[in-house]
Design a binder for this molecule. Structure first.
Ligand SMILES: *Cc1c(COP(=O)(O)O)cnc(C)c1O
Length: 735
């Protein structure tokens, strides 16, 4: 592994630029264009080089330039006005403030967060979704406190060798270069959260505080001198090793996370959460820590369980068994046979986490479900699949009655809608909020819409050429760039995008099922089709890397190399141009293994049409006019046959429907039928796919009822919890 470290100097800003420091300290800049424009104007080159990172920018830019801006009254006024706008945003009543009896704080736990490209603390869909959840919660005024870990090395950077094989490097991030500050005790020293470990050891973590708009984020970090060397590495990287390393990360996230919330509340006066929302099993230990807290207040284990279950929400994000954390039961004996959770016995813990049907395995998802009275999947179909998959936890219950509902994911529109689309909405409808304007309104002309779509495609083509050339130069230092790379992709050709992590079920190489047929499609001179592809394979997954290699090697073929490209290092920065710039977003997972899928949603918000297997969100939102459904070959004899059948259906759709519609021009010389589909997509899907819709659903359907149930059990010194636990014990004993 190669570590790449960049040290950041915290800039001393001229006094008149105080507002610039305020703006850099709150991550709202990541979805507020006027604030990003301000940072860009400080030094456009550095802004671009550092990948849009305000704190890094202020550390890097020449002091003379800062002094110059400090004396530039119009710049100072602009910064002050933006800081004023931020203050209003942070304090004014928003949607949540109109609700009655709503909790003053809700805790949200996730192992990863994708908030901005400059903060690479995510690996894929779950992290990006968590970032979008926080941003929409902020916009709606939902008082979340979000808990996570601060990873010294976030997810890896991917390079692709000339032979097509993926290489990983782990850029190390420097906490001083990020918009975060330490939680400090009253005497100014860093507040530490501590967990007892086997053999009398202890692991400590400091707590970083970040502001994501109105949402507070707390990230735990073990890389401090107080820890033994091996324990400093607990938060070394996202989803690092397996086994005990993973268990330590999860103990820290769940148990340490609750302790961090309590310390934060004690030191700052922030209200304690009434509801706890845990995403995937990783943070499940939080429930045990809360039980221990109530036992310390005098409740029994059974009573405490009633109270915390009532106020816990568990969201499952995957129907793929490999996505669920499972530990050998010996780990539980070892790690909980300590002072870690006073008052909670190892047997109690096992009763909550043993895998249904296998007592030697501790299953984090099963524990998550037993600790949460409310649970959900992330699309309607995924809810249905989850009810089947976890049904054994509710023996004797019909699958339809299993209490797992669904809230379909959404995406944060201000983050994922291209600035050109926002500007178009502003110009035509007077509002840049693309999820609330009426896209069906005749005020929007076909010409305007097509022009913006073309501009976004051209931007993607430029970005793809830059990336392909940069990758060539990295792999072949000193060699001249082949001239054909300057003609890579055609800014006017039908562009299909496909980017995702590379686990087998996503079927990266389905399109290569019949290479000759794909070649014919790519090289069609009348109706050319081109592909932009990206995706990372897990570092330990050689099968995934082999799929990438197969694709890269295909794309190097002389006949097609200008028409199909694999771009290395799929991340948020690439994604922002990729979704808007593609005409069609392709998704071909093995149904029903895609829980929701959010990249297609981001594409749709930009007027890109989906071409997808009826899985995840597309299963409930495809309506015949907003894109295309690839038929699923459920009757196929085996996997290979299924792939072959579904691939043939895909080729047919691309040739006879997608390309045919795209290249059919009307009397105005525009693809009228295509544009009608775009309008229909924007008008019907934009509000639905917005993370605002998702967060409102979480609040109304899960957080508020959970808060109410939690209060019912906690009020009057836990009277109802005591009574119910006593009643159940009585029934069980006398049955
Ligand atoms: C949205 C997004 C994802 C998740 O997309 P899926 O469709 O759920 O696979 C992964 N990585 C990045 C960078 C994203 O922006």
């Amino acid at each position: 592994m190669k570590a790449v470290r960049r040290f950041t100097v915290r800039a001393v800003l001229p006094e008149s630029l105080g507002s610039v420091g305020v703006l850099a300290a709150n991550l709202r800049w990541s979805w507020h264009k006027p604030t990003r424009d301000l940072f860009r104007d400080i030094d456009p080159d550095v802004w671009r080089q550092l990948g849009h990172d305000p704190v890094g920018l202020l550390g890097e830019v020449a002091p003379e330039r800062l002094a110059e801006l400090g004396n530039d009254q119009s710049f100072v006024d602009r910064a002050n006005a933006l800081a004023h706008d931020l203050h209003t945003y942070l304090t004014e009543p928003r949607w949540y403030q109109s609700l009655h009896d709503a909790p003053a704080s809700i805790a949200y736990f996730s192992p990863e967060y994708g908030i901005a490209a400059a903060l690479p603390q995510y690996s894929g869909g779950l992290g990006i979704l968590a970032g979008d959840h926080l941003k929409s919660a902020s916009d709606l005024g939902v008082p979340l406190v979000a808990i996570g870990l601060y990873y010294r090395a976030g997810y890896f950077r991917q390079a692709i060798g000339n032979d097509g094989w993926q290489r990983e490097t782990y850029p190390v991030s420097d906490p001083d270069g990020l918009p975060m500050k330490l939680l400090r005790a009253a005497d100014g020293s860093p507040e530490l959260v501590s967990l007892a470990l086997p053999a009398g050891r202890v692991v400590h973590a400091r707590v970083w505080i970040l502001s994501v708009g109105r949402v507070t984020q707390l990230l735990l970090d073990t890389d401090i001198h107080d820890n033994a060397d091996d324990l400093r590495g607990v938060t070394d990287r996202l989803y690092g090793g397996g086994g005990e390393h993973r268990l330590l990360q999860e103990l820290l996230l769940g148990i340490g996370g609750v302790r961090a919330i309590k310390a934060f509340s004690r030191l700052t006066g922030a209200p304690l959460p009434e509801v706890y929302h845990t995403n995937e099993g990783h943070a499940g230990f939080l429930g045990l820590e809360r039980i221990a807290g109530l036992i310390a207040e005098g409740l029994s284990f059974a009573e405490a369980l009633r109270v915390i279950r009532a106020a816990t929400v568990f969201t499952t994000h995957t129907p793929v068994p490999a996505g669920i954390d499972r530990f050998p039961m010996e780990y539980i004996d070892r790690y909980f046979g300590t002072d870690l959770l006073p008052g909670v016995t190892v047997d109690d813990i096992k009763s909550l986490g043993h895998e249904a049907g296998d007592d030697t395995i501790f299953n984090m998802a099963h524990m998550g479900l037993r600790l949460a009275q409310r649970a959900n999947g992330v699309s309607q179909l995924h809810g249905e699949v989850s009810r089947g998959m976890f049904g054994e936890l509710w023996p004797g219950m019909d699958t339809e009655e299993v209490p797992i509902t669904s809230v379909t994911n959404g995406v944060h529109a201000a983050t994922w809608t291209d600035v050109r689309m926002q500007a178009l909405a502003e110009r035509v409808f007077g509002s840049s909020d693309t999820t609330t304007v009426n896209w069906a309104d005749g005020a929007l002309t076909d010409g305007d819409l097509w022009e913006v779509r073309g501009a976004m495609r051209a931007k993607l083509v430029r970005d793809a050429r830059d990336r392909a050339i940069a990758s060539f130069q990295e792999e072949n230092p000193g060699s001249p760039v082949p001239s054909w790379m300057n003609n890579l992709l055609d800014p006017n050709a039908l562009t299909i995008g496909f980017a995702r992590r590379v686990p087998t079920y996503k079927r990266l190489t389905l399109m290569l099922s019949n290479p000759e047929r794909l070649k014919t499609i790519l090289t069609n001179t009348e109706r050319p089709v081109q592909f932009v592809i990206a995706g990372k394979s897990h570092p330990a997954d050689d099968a995934g890397k082999a799929l990438i290699q197969k694709l890269v090697q295909f794309s190097q073929d002389y006949d097609v190399r200008e028409r199909i490209v694999f771009l290395p290092n799929y991340d948020m920065a690439m994604a922002r141009h990729l979704y808007p710039g593609t005409d069609v977003w392709l998704n071909n997972p093995l149904r029903p293994l895609e829980a929701c899928g959010t990249s297609g949603m981001k594409a749709a918000l930009n007027g890109s049409l989906n071409l997808s297997i009826l899985d995840g969100w597309w299963n409930e939102y495809f309506d015949g006019d907003n894109g295309w459904a690839i038929p699923t070959a459920d009757a196929a004899g085996d996997d290979a046959q299924r792939d072959a059948l579904e691939a043939e259906a895909l080729y047919d759709l691309i040739e006879h429907q997608v390309a045919a519609t795209f290249y059919e021009l009307d009397g105005n010389g525009l693809p009228g039928k295509w544009l009608a589909k775009i309008r229909h997509t924007l008008a019907t899907l934009s509000p639905e796919l917005s993370a605002d819709r998702m967060v409102k659903e979480y609040v109304n359907r899960l957080y508020l009822p959970a808060a109410k149930a939690g209060r019912e059990f906690s009020d009057k010194d836990f009277q109802n919890a005591r009574q119910l636990a006593g009643w159940v014990a009585n029934i069980t004993a006398n049955w």
